[in-house]
Design a protein around this ligand. Structure first.
Ligand SMILES: [Zn+2]
Length: 368
């Protein structure tokens, strides 16, 4: 059942049911544990069906219970989006206009924004009976996807691009031994294709490695810093241990904003620290979304999501940065495709198109 109602009506209606969410309000604050520098990344799968009634909120995934939240009405008025509930239980809702649609679910970090599967830093909550997003998510994650450039800091035009082929040398990255495939080989090949295509379009391109050699994680963003790069793209391929026969698709990471949890839901030693990569929280999102959309559209594989992570190359990047995992080597069918040069050429073209879309967004803000 879909109901189109005014925000005032939502507030009134939800005030009646907000008592049913008091359990979630009493969830304990997650204790911050010191962890390894680079948390293990997971690829949560889309739930098969809506939660059965009675609804049980998931375990707490928010770090800061006192984080500032804004009602989704802010997005509604900012972008001319109208609100509607998507289910009779009033858990899922949409904001949409004629060209754009956003879908959220209460107590969930997973949502869909303009066709992309996205993982917020904080779950959607009811605040005084109205669905609300954390201000960080609203301004630095949702807004840059819905309207790239809205409220954005001005950047210089994109000229120098650093492409980072993941792994190398003694670090093979993910391996599919059945098909004799190593991630480090595929990332380097794809990066070289991206370089050729970008240079043909007039960009200056620097690779963090041009051969099969080991490059430390911290050294990679340093390459970008040395050549005054305008953006940094790290290219990887993915793998899972369990469910390898069914897990395929593309996922893209950007730096987690200060104070938020990464998509894996765990705190790390950098959670409350302002890292260099946080200087570009807004444009990181635009870049990640542009690449994610472009590569997904080209490969037409499952959307594993636009996610947040404090991965070293993103954490230390001084320019807008993203890391894309363009397929799973652990899945033999997908790995066979990734082994084809023509498929890697298509991935490279899609990455280049994503970068061009990002550069156009930067340029549009500059021309204002
Ligand atoms: Zn990798």
């Amino acid at each position: 059942m879909r109901l189109a109602v005014s925000f005032a009506a939502i507030a009134a209606a939800l005030a009646l049911v907000s008592c049913s969410t008091s359990a979630s309000a009493q969830r304990p604050v997650r204790t911050q544990q010191p962890r390894a520098a680079y948390p293990v990344r997971v690829a949560p799968t889309r739930p098969a069906a809506m939660p059965a009634s009675p609804y049980v909120p998931p375990r707490a995934t928010a770090l800061r219970r006192d984080a500032q939240f804004e009602p989704v009405t802010v997005l509604g008025s900012r972008f001319g989006l109208s609100f509607s509930w998507l289910d009779a239980e009033h858990r899922r809702f949409a904001l949409q206009n004629r060209t754009q649609r956003l879908e959220f679910e209460l107590d969930s970090r997973e949502c869909e924004i303009c066709g992309l599967r996205v993982f917020l830093g904080e779950p959607v909550r009811l605040v005084r009976g109205v669905p609300a997003l954390s201000r960080t998510d609203l301004d630095l994650f949702v807004t840059p996807i819905v309207r790239p450039g809205y409220g954005a800091p001005r950047l210089r035009a994109v000229h120098t691009i650093v492409i980072d082929p993941g792994h190398g040398g003694r670090d093979t990255g993910k391996v599919n031994s059945r098909l004799h495939l190593m991630e480090k080989t595929l990332t380097l090949d794809t990066a070289k294709r991206v370089k050729r295509l970008l240079e043909a379009s007039g960009f200056r391109v620097v690779l963090t490695r041009t051969s099969d050699r080991y490059v430390g994680l911290a050294d990679r963003p340093e390459v970008a810093e040395r050549c005054h790069a305008d953006l940094f793209v790290s290219i990887h391929f993915n793998s899972v241990v369990t469910g390898a026969d069914r897990v395929t698709g593309v996922e893209t990471f950007t730096m987690t904003p200060q104070g938020q949890l990464s998509t894996d839901g765990e705190s790390d030693q950098f959670t409350n620290i302002y890292n260099p990569g946080n200087a570009n929280d807004y444009w990181n999102t635009v870049l990640g979304a542009c690449l994610h959309r472009s590569v997904l559209g080209e490969l037409r594989t499952p959307d594993r999501g636009l996610k947040r992570g404090r991965l070293a190359v993103l954490r230390l990047a001084q320019c807008p940065a993203t890391l894309i995992e363009s397929g799973y080597l652990s899945n033999d069918t997908e790995a066979r495709r990734l082994a084809l040069p023509q498929v890697r050429e298509r991935i490279a073209e899609a990455i280049v198109n994503g970068i061009k879309a990002y550069a156009a967004d930067v340029e549009a803000v500059r021309r204002r």
